[in-house]
Design a protein around this ligand. Sequence first.
Ligand SMILES: Nc1nc2c(c(=O)[nH]1)N[C@H]1C(S)=C(S)[C@@H](COP(=O)(O)OP(=O)(O)OC[C@H]3O[C@@H](n4cnc5c(N)ncnc54)[C@H](O)[C@@H]3O)O[C@H]1N2
Ligand code: MOO
Length: 394
Amino acid sequence: MPRRPVADHRRAVADHLSAVRTVGRVRLADALGLLLAEPVESAVALPPFDNSAMDGFAVRTAEVAPGTALPVSARIPAGTAAAPLKPGTAAAIMTGAPLPEGADAVIPVEESAESASGVVFTATPRLGAFIRHRGSDTEPGRRLVDAGTRLAPHHLGALAAAGIGEVAVVTGPRIAVLSTGSELVPAGEPLAPGQIYESNSTLLAALVRANGGDVVRVDTTDDDGGFEGALDTACAEADLVLTTGGVSAGEHEPVRELLSGTDSSWFGAVAMQPGGPQGLAQHGGTPVVCLPGNPVSVLVSFEVFLRPVLRALVGADPLAPMTGRVDRPVSSVAGKTQFLRGLRTDDAGTVRILGGPSSHLIATAGRADVLVEVDTAITELTPDLEVPLWPLTT
Ligand SMILES: Nc1nc2c(c(=O)[nH]1)N[C@H]1C(S)=C(S)[C@@H](COP(=O)(O)OP(=O)(O)OC[C@H]3O[C@@H](n4cnc5c(N)ncnc54)[C@H](O)[C@@H]3O)O[C@H]1N2
Ligand code: MOO
């Protein structure tokens, strides 16, 4: 089978992930900084009732004459229901308290003098003075915040005021990371002959988190059993499962053995290095992306195929494109897009290549700050050629 071009596999991965769930409901108090997935309309009028803007007296303006006392027939604190205003009286009212029916203005306490015989006002109020009308802030059905808004404190304030307790936000898809390999040992244990420290799941989980994904499960299984059970669990818990290892041509390839040949799966070679062997499958209705086991292959595969899709799914901006030039000639393989690891040595984009092309060189990759993309047609990359750089960044 011919090798699949990198661009074709990028599209295939994007298609494979297109149905991955990225909307969830969170409590409003937890929504700060998140992207609103659906517009929110108010279910209520704000204010919900006519109320006083001042501590003072609710009156009928026609009944107010400066110097003449009106009896005080009621005292209305905020948080109570008000009875209608008795004709020929005033009602003491606090800020935010409901305006009694019949009142058409509020006179601030500073413009009054209250005694046992009633309240005398120093001025005649304007009709409607200091009344905050029902619906003057928002009406039922009016849009409060648009979908796509990155929720800031003032948005949360507006939503809380309208009694919204929960919102639909763009959430990182739940992603499970599953590494395979009988040689793998967790950090902290001594290495027996033939064993190496497991690093892919740490690398991949960090890449997922750095790009807005929610890592819900990290697991490692050996090559000779356990993978299917672990995959079942991962697929039940996650919206997307990423596996590493077990996809090439050896005698212990649990990922390929279980998933290739299943409905809509694709396993094959992409024309790139590192990251040649790749697989895409569905298991229990959950998409699975199968990356090769070599750690630098995992890094490159994520950067090239998954980072752009994941960022788009969670509404994050794509990384800004960069270019640069190598500081000395370096050879590349014809027919494969090569991703070398490099370190920028100046602001002009000059890059020193670190280590060789091999995909086991993860310690060397840890000192790099870019991947250097070398096109399939280039066999000798020289400093005069400007090439794409892929930043290795959070
Ligand atoms: N006959 C062939 N052999 C290989 C081919 C091929 O086409 N024909 N492809 C090579 C390439 S390229 C790659 S990449 C690897 C991919 O193989 P697998 O995906 O099956 O990965 P493994 O064999 O399980 O592991 C490869 C390598 O990576 C190390 N590894 C695996 N998992 C981890 C981990 N979680 N943490 C750290 N290191 C890990 C593993 O020890 C191996 O050294 O196949 C080539 N072979
Ligand atoms: O293509 Mo493999 O992923 O080089 O090491």
